[in-house]
Design a protein around this ligand. Structure first.
Ligand SMILES: NC(=O)c1ccc[n+]([C@@H]2O[C@H](COP(=O)([O-])OP(=O)(O)OC[C@H]3O[C@@H](n4cnc5c(N)ncnc54)[C@H](O)[C@@H]3O)[C@@H](O)[C@H]2O)c1
Ligand SMILES: O=C(O)C[C@H](O)C(=O)O
Length: 335
């Protein structure tokens, strides 16, 4: 077991820190007392963003690192958060981003292997269903993959679910109601388990259909509204900071019992129930509720009881997810 990091030696790196997500995410992370050094890496304008944030009177030191200094940025990191890469424009799927983002993620994962092999790696860049397997395969190639420490941030699906459900069921408080969202992070692979939320019985099937569709395609709503200027950035920064803070609270502050849905390698939990699920689905990655401890994943919660309707959603999600995972993994293994 690795020793708990001292609060004054927790370096968090944001890769893609000058982007639409990277800037507000870095701003939110600057507010954390658990971070002692916030390193901002980007191929453009990292120094400017870092200079700006460095004036905020919170605990962390802020440094900026440009194209030539990725190694310096990543050196000794505790946690690496990755929103680097291109976002969608109207008419594109997340998978259309693979051509450009796969190589960016591979190179960043190589940087992690070289400079901070023990780091927690939190991937935001799309297509998440494929970029997480890319990171894992690079780390496996170097013999350092720890499935308890690599995550796809699917928190935005959870955040949207809580908000959208509260608009339909007035008794639901969007802040305190956490909806379990499983599967992956794109279209039909996003499966919200609405049958488990309080007040579900009051929903008509038409409302369940509409809510499910809105959660699965919430990203498209933003892409359409931004009309060519990108995809969700502010809500993603909020979701990304929420997930990063959970990781820091569990691994640095030692807070027990924290649970968040995240896209994770199912080898992270060797329990019979997780391995039976892996066997049944034939999937190596799946978003499920995960409980965190000092070392990262402490437990992957079983898929909750699902309704017949949700089972049809899962049946549609699994083949697409499988193809997405294979595409990401083979980008490294077949190279
Ligand atoms: N997981 C999610 O729920 C979720 C939500 C929203 C967006 N995203 C994804 O996040 C990614 C970023 O979105 P955005 O709106 O911030 O895009 P953006 O274009 O505004 O910012 C991306 C940043 O990455 C930087 N970058 C590019 N290549 C890099 C490299 N090799 N190393 C370091 N930095 C590099 C760019 O210079 C830019 O500053 C996209 O792929 C998008 O699809 C994911
Ligand atoms: O929709 C996108 O492309 C960005 C992100 O994955 C989202 O869900 O908002």
């Amino acid at each position: 077991m690795s020793p708990a990091p001292e609060h004054n030696s927790v370096k968090v790196v944001v890769c893609g820190a000058a982007g639409g997500i990277g800037q507000p995410l870095s701003l939110l992370l600057k507010q954390s007392d658990l971070i002692s050094h916030l390193a901002l890496f980007d191929v453009v304008n990292a120094a400017g963003v870092a200079a700006d944030l460095s004036h905020i009177n919170t605990k962390s030191k802020v440094t900026g690192h440009g194209r030539e200094s990725m190694d310096e940025a990543l050196q000794g990191a505790h946690t690496v958060v990755i929103p680097a890469g291109v976002p969608r424009k109207p008419g594109m799927t997340r998978d259309d981003l693979f051509k450009i983002n796969a190589g960016i993620i591979r190179d960043l994962a190589e940087g992690v292997a070289k400079n901070c092999p023990d780091a927690f790696v939190l991937v935001i860049s799309n297509p998440v269903n494929s970029t997480v397997p890319i990171v894992a395969e690079v780390l496996k190639k170097h013999g350092i993959f720890n499935p308890k420490k690599v995550f796809g941030i699917s928190t935005l699906d959870v955040v949207r679910s809580s908000r959208f459900v509260s608009e339909v069921i007035p008794s639901v408080d969007p802040k305190s109601t956490r909806v379990t969202v499983v599967g992956g992070h794109s279209g039909v692979t996003i499966v919200p388990i609405l049958s488990q939320i309080p007040g579900h019985a009051s929903l008509t099937q038409e409302q369940i259909d509409a809510l499910t569709h809105r959660i699965q395609y919430g990203g498209d709503e933003v892409v359409k509204a931004k009309d060519g200027a990108g995809s969700a950035t502010l809500s993603m920064a909020f979701a990304g900071a929420r997930f990063t803070n959970v990781i820091l609270e569990a691994t640095v502050a030692g807070k027990a019992g924290l649970v968040e849905s995240t896209y994770v390698n199912l080898a992270a939990d060797s329990s019979a129930s997780t391995q039976a699920f892996r066997e049944k689905t034939q999937l190596d990655y799946f978003a499920l509720d995960v409980e965190f401890g000092r070392e990262g994943v402490s437990k992957i919660h079983a898929l909750p009881k699902v309704s017949a309707y949700e089972q049809t959603l899962l049946d549609a999600a699994i083949p697409e997810l499988k193809a997405n995972i294979e595409k990401g993994a083979s980008f490294i293994t077949a190279a």
